[in-house]
Design a protein around this ligand. Structure first.
Ligand SMILES: Cc1cc2nc3c(=O)[nH]c(=O)nc-3n(C[C@H](O)[C@H](O)[C@H](O)COP(=O)(O)O)c2cc1C
Length: 179
C-alpha cells in the first residue's frame, strides 16, 4: 500500500505530526509513505491515497496550499484524499457539518474525494514567529480575547500540545481505511 503525504507549514509542529504518521503507517506490513513538502511536491501517479496536511493560521491553510490543490485538482481527484491539519484548537477548525472549514476553498472535485479529516494538536512558540505572526497573535490575545496581566503572559509562554500517542491513534484510524 503506497501513500503519498504532502505537507505545508510555517513552523515545526505539522512536520513533526506527519513524521509520526509516516512512522506509524510504515509499521504495517507493506505500507510505504512518500513524504514531501508542499514547496517541492508533485502529485505522484502510483499512489491511490493522498494525505494532505497543513498548519492552521487565522483559520486558513498555509500560503500556497489552496493554490497547489487547485493546480493539481485533476490528479488529486483521481485519488482518495485524507486531510489532516495541525492547530491549537480542534473545535474551531470544524464547521457545523463537521467538515474542516478550510475545505470551503477546495474545488468540488477534490472535496468529493475526501474520506477522512482530522485535527492534530500543534504548538505555539512566540519567540520563533515572524514579526507579522507576532503582531497577529498579540492582536488576537489582547483585542479579541481581551487577555491581560498573568493570563496574557501565560498564553505568550512557549506552549506545546504535540502528542505522539494521539497522532498514532489517528494514524491507526487511517490504517483502518485501507480496504
Ligand atoms: C499567526 C497564527 C495564527 C494562528 N491561528 C490559529 C487558528 O486560527 N486556530 C488554531 O487552532 N490555531 C492557530 N494557530 C496555531 C497554529 O495552528 C499552531 O501554532 C500550529 O502548530 C502551526 O503549525 P506549524 O507549527 O507546523 O507551523 C495560529 C498560529 C499562528 C502563528
Amino acid at each position: 500500500m503506497k501513500y503519498q503525504m504532502i505537507y505545508g507549514a510555517r513552523y515545526n509542529a505539522t512536520k513533526q505530526n506527519v513524521l509520526w504518521i509516516k512512522e506509524r503507517l510504515e509499521l504495517e506490513d507493506n505500507f510505504q509513505v512518500e513524504l514531501s513538502n508542499l514547496e517541492e511536491a508533485k502529485v505522484c501517479d502510483d499512489s491511490g491515497v493522498l494525505i494532505l496536511s497543513t498548519g492552521i493560521y487565522s483559520g486558513e491553510a498555509v500560503e500556497g496550499f489552496y493554490e497547489f490543490i487547485e493546480k493539481n485538482a485533476q490528479k488529486i481527484s483521481q485519488k482518495k484524499v485524507i486531510l489532516v491539519v495541525t492547530a491549537m484548537n480542534k473545535e474551531n477548525c470544524f464547521d457545523e457539518e463537521n467538515n474542516l472549514k478550510i475545505i470551503k476553498n477546495f474545488p468540488q472535485s477534490v472535496k468529493d474525494k475526501i474520506i477522512f479529516q482530522e485535527v492534530l494538536l500543534g504548538e505555539m512558540i512566540f519567540k520563533t514567529m515572524t514579526e507579522e505572526d507576532k503582531i497577529s497573535i498579540d492582536y488576537f490575545y489582547k483585542k479579541i480575547m481581551h487577555l491581560e496581566g498573568k493570563a496574557l503572559e501565560k498564553m505568550l509562554m512557549p506552549r506545546t500540545l504535540l502528542d505522539k500517542k494521539d497522532v498514532w491513534k489517528v494514524s491507526e484510524r487511517i490504517i483502518e481505511l485501507k480496504d
